[in-house]
Design a protein around this ligand. Structure first.
Ligand code: HEM
Ligand code: HEM
Ligand code: SF4
Ligand code: SF4
Length: 282
C-alpha cells in the first residue's frame, strides 16, 4: 500500500492533518481500499466535555471506521480509517459544528501539547494551557501547511517534572521553573521523618513510614545542596538545579518557589539512527 503523513490526500487548503493510505490491491482488499487517518487538534491538556467526545465519536461512526486512538503520542486525537469522499464532510462538521480543527502531520508544525498545568497541578509554575492555545492560534499557517524539511514540535510542561517529556520530544520545549527559594514547611518535613506521612505522594507504596531523609532525599540531590540537622532542612537554593526530586519525595513539605517563569529549550530530536537528543537551554 501507500501511506504518507500529508501530501497524497487532504482537505482543501490544508497540507497536513490527514495521513493518506491507499491500498495497492483494492481488488483483493476492497474494505481498506482507502484507510485515511485524520488527526484532530486536541484541546490544551486534553480537557473535553463528554458532549464533544460523543459528537466526535458519532461523526467517526458515521463517516469513518469508528476506530480511534486517543491520544497519539503526537498529542492529537487520531481517527483511523476513512475514505477520500468523507474527508471534506468530516472536516466541515469538525470545524463548523464542534469548533475543532485538524492537527499537524508531515513536515509542518505539529499540534502543540502540554501537561495539565494549573488546572490540576499545584506545582505548575506557568499557565501551560494558555501558552499552548496561544502558540496554536499564532502559528495556524505553520500548523496546516507543511513548509519545513521535517516536523517541528512545541511542548509545554508546568514544572521540571516535565510530564509531557518536552525535553526529549519537542524541538522547542517550554518548561516552568522558579528562581527564588523552594518553599519549606519544616513541620511537615519532621512529619515525614517521624513516619506520620506517606512519602513520594504514595507513588512507591501507600503505607505511612518513616522517611530516611538522608538516604532518600539529601544523598540523592544531584547538586548536594541540602542538609538535615535532625530538626531542620536547609537548602542552598543558589546551587539547586530544580530537578524536583526532593519535592516529589516530600510533596506535603516542599513546593516550588513563587518567582516563576519558564526555561526554553530547543533542539530535541528522536532520530532513528543516532538516538534521542535532549533539548538545550537557550
Ligand atoms: C495501515 C497501515 C498503518 C496505520 C493504520 C498506521 C497508523 C498510524 C497512526 C495512527 C499514527 C499516529 C500515531 C501517533 O501519533 O501516536 C502513525 C504514525 C506513524 N507511522 Fe503509521 N500506520 C500505518 C503504516 C505505517 C507503516 C507501514 C510505517 C513504516 C514502515 C509507519 C510509520 C509511522 C511513523 C514513523 C509514524 C510517526 C509519524 C510522525 O510522527 O510524523 N506507519 N501511524
Ligand atoms: C529496542 C528498540 C527501541 C526502543 C527501546 C525504542 C524506544 C522508543 C521510545 C521510548 C520512543 C519515544 C516515544 C514517545 O514518548 O513519544 C520512540 C519513538 C519512536 N521510535 Fe523507537 N524504539 C526502539 C526501536 C525503534 C525502531 C527499530 C524504529 C524504526 C524502525 C523506531 C522508530 C521510532 C519512531 C519513528 C518514534 C517516534 C514516534 C512518534 O512519532 O512519536 N524505534 N522509540
Ligand atoms: S509537568 Fe509539573 S506542573 Fe505539569 S503536570 Fe507534571 S508535575 Fe504538574
Ligand atoms: S530540586 Fe533537586 S537539586 Fe534542588 S534541592 Fe531538590 S533535590 Fe536538590
Amino acid at each position: 500500500g501507500h501511506w504518507k503523513h500529508g501530501g497524497i490526500v487532504g482537505v482543501f487548503g490544508y497540507g497536513g492533518g490527514v495521513i493518506g493510505r491507499y491500498c495497492d490491491r483494492p481488488d483483493l482488499f476492497p474494505n481498506v481500499a482507502h484507510f485515511h487517518t485524520m488527526r484532530v487538534n486536541q484541546p490544551a491538556s486534553k480537557f473535553y466535555s463528554t458532549e464533544v467526545l460523543r459528537k466526535i465519536c458519532d461523526i467517526w461512526e458515521e463517516k469513518g471506521s469508528g476506530l480511534t486512538n486517543m491520544h497519539g503520542s503526537t498529542g492529537d486525537m487520531i481517527l483511523l480509517g476513512t475514505t477520500t469522499d468523507q474527508l471534506e464532510p468530516i472536516f466541515y462538521e469538525l470545524t463548523h459544528e464542534l469548533g475543532m480543527d485538524l492537527g499537524g502531520s508531515g513536515s509542518n508544525m505539529r499540534t502543540p501539547s502540554c501537561c495539565v498545568g494549573k488546572a490540576r497541578c499545584e506545582w505548575s509554575c506557568i499557565d501551560t494551557q494558555d501558552i499552548t492555545y496561544d502558540i496554536t492560534m499564532r502559528y495556524q499557517d505553520e500548523l496546516h501547511r507543511p513548509m519545513f524539511p521535517y516536523k517541528f514540535k512545541f511542548k509545554t510542561s508546568g514544572c521540571p517534572n516535565d510530564c509531557v517529556a518536552a525535553i526529549a520530544r519537542a524541538d522547542c520545549s517550554i518548561i516552568g521553573t522558579w528562581r527564588d527559594k523552594i518553599r519549606i514547611d519544616q513541620e511537615a518535613v519532621r512529619a515525614y521523618v517521624g513516619g506520620e506521612l506517606v512519602p513520594n505522594g504514595g507513588a512507591h507504596g501507600t503505607e505511612k513510614r518513616a522517611l530516611d531523609i538522608q538516604k532518600e532525599v539529601i544523598d540523592l540531590c544531584p547538586t548536594k545542596c541540602m542538609e538535615w540537622d535532625g530538626k531542620n532542612l536547609k537548602i542552598w537554593d543558589e546551587d539547586c538545579t530544580r530537578c524536583m526530586h526532593c519535592i516529589n519525595v516530600m510533596p506535603r513539605a516542599l513546593r516550588p518557589g513563587q518567582d516563576v517563569g519558564a526555561t526554553i529549550l530547543v533542539g530535541a530530536k528522536a532520530p532513528i539512527l543516532e538516538g534521542a537528543q535532549l533539548g538545550s537551554v537557550v
